[in-house]
Design a protein around this ligand. Structure first.
Ligand code: C2E
Ligand code: MG
Ligand code: MG
Length: 690
């Protein structure tokens, strides 16, 4: 729930249920106000207005109406005004007419000071009058009808009457405000009440509970009444503090938008609430080429731009829709109730239109664009995790195909339920840091020296036992998890590299990344930060990418590759020979190493064809000034032939299987002692950039 007193809108459209509700409450509230005024005797009121107490109370009510005490629950924020304590005290002591009069004046003044829309001020006067009236009716049932002429001071036996009047007051306000919010955000009132009543009731209890004491003090020594500002301030600051903490945990610091955590809660709420005839939509939006801005203009401008994007997005959706920032240049939009795919596409188109409108910042014009993936509940997925995952599949298609917006299509998704289960397990394994890296050395075929190690992921599933990377990596590659997986691997590899480099073992670690990682413009930055964090040179790490990046549309990946070259992190081309790329294109890629796929290497001892293929690859790689590595070297025989062909390095079981870090450290140390003249790691002279 948003603050019901938010001033931004210009009022509901005439004839809508929200309009009818606001108008109804306003009319009935004002009728009650007029009726109360008619019952007010002017004589005693004028008399009362001559006492300082009246003015002290009036000032306290007006001041107490200026700032609300905000309270929050997970997804809802609601507030009440400190003035409640004093208006309720006035109600108890001087009766309903004086209380509603003071309250109405205070709300109107608050409206003027904070420039609220007039229809909201009217509604607030209406609803607070009705709540006070409800409390007065309860008091009346107990025979308590105070007036300025005959003020009432409660005693111990009136506790029940006061408590029930307080409950009536709270119930009145909570129902009327929640009703407006529910209609505004198109949610069920029961739900809105459920998430707001708990935290609000605490504050109301504190404020209303003090009111009878205010009355007693008023009666006894009015000069002491201002002392009640102290407990009021305590309530105010405690509530504000806890609210700020809750807000921080659930919101993104830079843009102020809800974060992933809050998106999860909101989505789950929307799913539980969703009606039979509507859908819940989840849109995933990723900015295109945002990295360029960050690079050329610097982070402060990038940050400003993200804030502008956040603003544009929030103003392109309806009230009740949730725009969240998931991190970096990735946003999500939750549509808690949407008619069909067509309507969801319309929202996506609107978001993109808002995004592509050029923005001026620092005297420059920026043309932004983004790719949006849409997934709908219940059509595409039954829960948040899957919705996000499927919106992501669609977003990836939109990005790859440069179509801008894509709806999730099951036939373009290769994920089965079992695979999705595994994906869920993998996410938990990453979160719990259950994945390990093993290291396999690359050895000089003629020199026998070590030229770096390759980091290979190992996952021991708690139920299924070890699962091969060839099973779970391709799965992750089709999902947003890949980003997290690669970030995890890079961090673990850099941490290991730091241990080795800072103890004298200058061995380069190669990390496998997927084509999808190259679409992530934040990758170079993550590497740069990691290298700085562990005080390592760029050459301490190398990235292995498969040949597939040579096929596909290169425009997006090229940016990342260029950024990596600038950073100085070398690239290797993995599994070479399995794809259909032309060898000539190799030249244009800034790679320093080509790894020949094991399928050719293994057979060179038997097949003349395979030997010819490997020979030509080795020759070409050499002529380009790059280094060749044979993968899957299992026998002495193969190693000798490879050396004859001029292949630089070999990797395989003949030399060593992938080893856990401790074992790898011992292995490397022994090697290092036997060939200390060789610099471990990569040779700078073979690094070439096209
Ligand atoms: P790859 O990058 O081509 O890794 C080489 C694979 O060959 C590894 O399989 C390694 O254990 C295996 N291998 C090494 N020597 C021999 C040998 O003599 N004979 C045979 N038959 N195989 C050998 P692994 O560890 O199962 O990894 C499979 C693939 O999974 C990797 O192929 C790589 O594409 C991917 N992968 C592994 N770890 C990661 C990672 O951290 N990130 C990403 N994105 N992919 C990874
Ligand atoms: Mg590899
Ligand atoms: Mg390979």
């Amino acid at each position: 729930m948003t603050d019901p007193n938010d001033t931004r809108d210009t009022g509901p459209r005439i004839g809508t249920p929200l309009w009818a509700f606001l108008a109804g409450v306003t009319v009935i509230g004002f009728t009650a106000l007029v009726v109360a005024m008619l019952r007010l005797d002017l004589g005693p009121l004028v008399e009362l207005a001559r006492t300082p107490l009246f003015w002290v109370l009036a000032v306290l009510v007006v001041l107490g109406e200026l700032r609300p005490v905000m309270v929050s629950s997970a997804t809802a924020v609601g507030g009440t005004y400190p003035s409640t304590m004093f208006t309720f005290a006035v109600l108890l002591h001087f009766g309903l007419p004086v209380a509603v009069l003071m309250q109405a004046v205070a709300v109107a003044m608050n409206g003027v000071v904070t420039r609220k829309a007039w229809h909201r001020v009217m509604f607030n006067i209406g609803q607070s009058t009705l709540a006070l009236t409800a409390a007065a009716v309860v008091l009346g049932l107990f025979g308590i009808v105070p007036s300025p002429a005959v003020p009432w001071t409660p005693a111990g036996d009136d506790l029940v009457a006061i408590a029930l009047a307080g409950v009536a007051y709270f119930a009145g306000r909570a129902t009327l405000v929640s009703g407006a919010v529910a209609l505004h955000e198109r949610r069920s009132i029961a739900r809105v009440l459920r998430v707001t009543v708990g935290p609000q009731s605490l504050v109301y209890t504190a404020l209303l509970g003090l009111a009878p004491l205010v009355v007693v003090v008023m009666n006894h020594s009015p000069g002491l009444v201002p002392l009640f500002v102290a407990p009021l301030a305590a309530v105010y600051f405690t509530a504000t503090l806890s609210m700020r903490r809750d807000h921080q945990a659930m919101h993104d610091e830079l843009t102020g938008l809800p974060n992933r955590k809050m998106l999860i809660v909101s989505t789950e709420e929307a799913l539980a609430e969703s009606r039979h005839d509507e859908r819940v939509g989840l849109l995933l939006l990723d900015l295109d080429r945002f990295k360029e801005v960050n690079d050329t203009m610097g982070h402060p401008v990038g940050d400003r731009l993200l804030q502008l994007v956040a603003h544009k997005l929030t103003h392109s959706v309806r009230p009740g829709d949730v725009v969240a920032r998931l991190g970096g240049d990735e946003f999500a939009v939750l549509l808690p109730s949407i008619r069909d795919t067509h309507a969801a596409r319309e929202v996506a188109a609107r978001l993109r239109a808002a995004l592509t409108e050029p923005v001026r910042l620092e005297g420059m014009t920026f043309d932004l664009d983004g790719s949006i993936g849409i997934a709908l509940y219940p059509d595409h997925a039954p829960d948040f995790e899957l919705l996000l995952q499927r919106a992501d599949v669609a977003m990836y298609l939109a990005k790859e195909g440069r179509t801008g917006v894509e709806l999730y299509l099951p036939d373009k998704d290769r994920n089965s339920p079992e695979r999705l289960n595994l994906l869920g397990d993998l996410r938990r394994a990453i979160d719990n840091r259950e994945l390990r890296l093993h290291y396999q050395p690359k050895v000089g075929l003629t020199t026998n020296a070590v030229h770096g190690v390759e980091a290979l992921l190992r996952w021991r599933h708690p139920v299924r036992g070890p699962i091969a990377p060839s099973e779970f990596v391709p799965l992750a590659e089709q999902s947003y998890l890949m980003r997290q997986l690669t970030a995890y691997v890079i961090d673990a590899a850099l941490e290991q590299a730091a241990r080795w480099w800072h103890s004298g073992l200058r061995v380069q670690i190669s990390v496998n990344i997927s084509a999808r990682d190259l679409l992530d413009s934040a990758l170079p930055e993550r590497l740069e930060l990691g290298l700085a964090k562990y005080r390592l040179p760029p050459a301490a790490i190398q990235l292995e990418v498969t040949e597939r990046i040579l096929t596909g549309d290169q425009a997006y990946t090229q940016e990342t590759i260029k950024a990596l070259a600038v950073l100085g992190v070398p690239l290797a081309l993995d599994d070479f020979g399995t794809g259909y790329s032309s060898l000539i294109r190799l030249q244009r890629l800034a790679v320093s190493e080509v790894k020949i796929d094991a399928s050719f290497v293994r057979r060179i001892a038997e097949s003349q064809d395979d030997e010819r293929i490997v020979r030509s690859i080795v020759d070409l790689v050499r002529s380009l000034g790059l280094r060749s590595v044979a993968e899957g070297v299992e026998s002495e025989d193969v190693a000798l032939r490879l050396a004859d062909l001029g292949c630089d390095l070999g990797q395989g079981w003949l030399f060593c299987e992938p080893m856990p870090p401790a074992e790898a450290t011992i292995w490397l140390r022994e090697r290092f002692q036997s060939t200390p003249e060789i610099e471990y790691g990569y040779r700078p002279e073979v690094t070439q950039t096209a």
